[in-house]
Design a protein around this ligand. Structure first.
Ligand SMILES: [Zn+2]
Length: 215
């Protein structure tokens, strides 16, 4: 090496770099954490790595969306294509008169963790965003309206993010639902406006549901 010339940056061997890159694509994981996780796995036992890779390989194939609310449900091993209801929709103890609309399954599980919401859910799978080209057809709105034909439903709570897109989504839905004679309410956040709902903790979430106001 000539004097003053820096050595090349060390590059990871390809099989290792691949794992680092896969982790780095995950939300909230930077290069440093990705590398740490990859080294951890490299030093783990074959069995530990097998548990991880098996669970990842079957993550999507063993799950399907709930027939009613779009929560995840495990497929029937004998009839994998048969639509199923999730444990929440199947639970006879749930209040069928009240339905909470969430953007994603993560928010559903945050609310469930609080153990205080006894109604049912509907997962929109996103929120309206004209800038990102997400129009009503891209969301599970038709499925929601179908469910609201059930005369048992008395109230729909909009638990979309307190962001511009989240508010627009709630407003859009309320205009569709109110004429059906169903009460529509909006969760009341005691947190700064603009926060994505997936980052809201479950206590704040359930308080926001309890403090909801009519739309
Ligand atoms: Zn369900």
């Amino acid at each position: 090496m000539e004097r003053g010339q820096k050595p090349n940056k060390p590059a990871f061997p390809e099989p290792f770099a691949r794992v680092v890159e896969a982790f780095r694509r995950l939300p909230g994981i930077g290069s440093k954490t990705a590398t740490r996780l990859a080294f951890h796995l490299l030093l783990s036992s074959d069995e530990e790595r097998a548990i991880l890779s098996d669970s990842l390989n079957t993550l999507a194939s063993r799950l399907m969306p709930c027939r009613d609310c779009r929560n995840i449900v495990e497929r029937d091993a004998d009839n994998p294509e048969t639509p199923l209801q999730c444990a929440i929709c199947r639970d006879p103890a749930r209040d069928r008169g009240i339905l909470i609309v969430v953007e994603d399954i993560q928010t559903l599980y945050s609310l469930e963790k609080s153990g205080e919401f006894r109604g049912l859910y509907h997962v929109l799978e996103g929120r309206l965003s004209p800038l990102e080209g997400i129009n009503p057809d891209r969301l599970r709105i038709r499925e929601l309206l179908d469910r609201l034909n059930d005369p048992e439903v008395k109230e729909v709570i909009m638990a979309t993010s307190p962001t511009t897109d989240g508010e627009a989504t709630a407003l859009y839905l309320s205009r569709l639902i109110k004429p059906m004679g169903i009460r529509v309410s909006r969760i009341a956040f005691g947190i700064p406006v603009g926060l994505e709902i997936e980052y809201v903790d479950e206590v704040t979430l359930i308080r926001a549901v309890e403090g909801r106001h009519p739309f």
